[in-house]
Design a protein around this ligand. Structure first.
Ligand code: GUN
Length: 295
């Protein structure tokens, strides 16, 4: 075990405290606190836990949360109507519709209905396009959190070889754009990549976001690389409780890497911290105020 363990919990707490510190001045200027609306459709246990954590973090930061919990029988039209109402609500700066959505709802249509200025998940094509074009955007929270940890660990990323494993709109693609903007040399690998271990062995920075438990092995990792593990997979155990593991075989990787994020306690807490950050930023932009500095 030679790798430094990257403490995402501590980094997330620091960001949440910095966000909270900006709230009183915003209230002074705007006459109200920043507001985040969360929308949860159905009873998925994991989604319910995530959304509750987001609402709790919002309140702890001094912002206002508007929680909308809808039955899993909600129609697409009903959900689109709620989003339209939230778009028009002046108290709401951010709208987060928790994914996945039930099968009768087209998630793409829902995302495209959110006002891009309130799209604190950064999933709207306008925000994805703005990020890819190097324009100010709202950026997806998980890759933003990964980038924060990488810069904390490495400082300037210029010229470093980064391999992103996974090409989702939520993590892989925006992660690649963020790394490019930091002047890294970026490879996006995925399930059809030929000889993935050889591709990963080139990397100074590895971002694993495939959703396959412990897929990335120790001998895929170049000595001294920095590993960011986005995976959260529950694997069965003898006691029936299950155990959370990432997309990286942690113990093997920790013998080779310079630094690595644990699961849990790595990237996970950063996602919520960055949601708080995005809500604060969206509120400032909507109020015609300059972006909060240093976030
Ligand atoms: N489901 C899993 N991750 C996310 C996320 O970052 N945002 C939303 N809205 N849903 C998710």
């Amino acid at each position: 075990m030679t790798a430094r363990r990257i403490d995402g919990k501590a980094a997330a707490l620091a960001i949440r405290e910095r966000v909270a510190a900006f709230v009183p001045a915003f209230v002074g200027k705007a006459g109200r606190a920043p507001g985040l609306a969360t929308v949860l459709v159905g009873e998925d246990a994991a989604s319910a836990v995530y959304v509750r954590s987001k609402n709790r973090a919002t309140a702890e930061t001094g912002m206002v949360s508007f929680a909308h919990n809808l039955p899993d029988t909600t129609s697409e039209d009903q959900l689109l109507q709620l989003v339209t109402d939230l778009n028009a609500d002046a108290q709401v700066d951010g709208i987060l519709v928790q994914l996945p959505l039930p099968p009768q709802v087209n998630a793409t249509r829902v995302i495209e209905t959110i006002d891009p200025a309130k799209d604190v998940d950064g999933f709207h094509p306008i925000n994805a396009g703005r990020l890819a074009s190097g324009l100010p955007a709202l950026v997806p929270c998980t890759p933003l959190g990964c980038l924060h940890l990488l810069k904390q660990e490495l400082g300037d990323l210029t010229g470093l070889e980064a391999v992103v494993i996974g090409r989702s709109n939520i993590v892989g693609k925006p992660m690649a754009q963020l790394l490019l903007a930091e002047n890294a040399t970026v490879t996006v690998a995925h399930s059809r990549t030929r000889d993935l271990p050889a591709v990963v062995r080139r990397a100074d920075i590895i971002i694993a976001a495939v959703g396959r438990p412990e897929m990335v092995r120790g001998d895929w990792i170049k000595p001294g690389a920095v590993v960011v593990d986005v995976g959260i997979n529950r694997i069965p155990t003898d006691d029936g409780k299950g155990r959370l593991v990432g997309d990286v075989a942690y113990d093997e990787a920790a013998d080779v890497a310079a630094a690595i994020t644990p699961v849990p306690g790595g990237v996970g807490p950063m996602t919520i911290a960055m949601l708080m950050r995005n809500t604060l930023v969206a509120a400032h932009r909507r109020a015609g105020l300059a972006d909060p500095e240093g976030l």
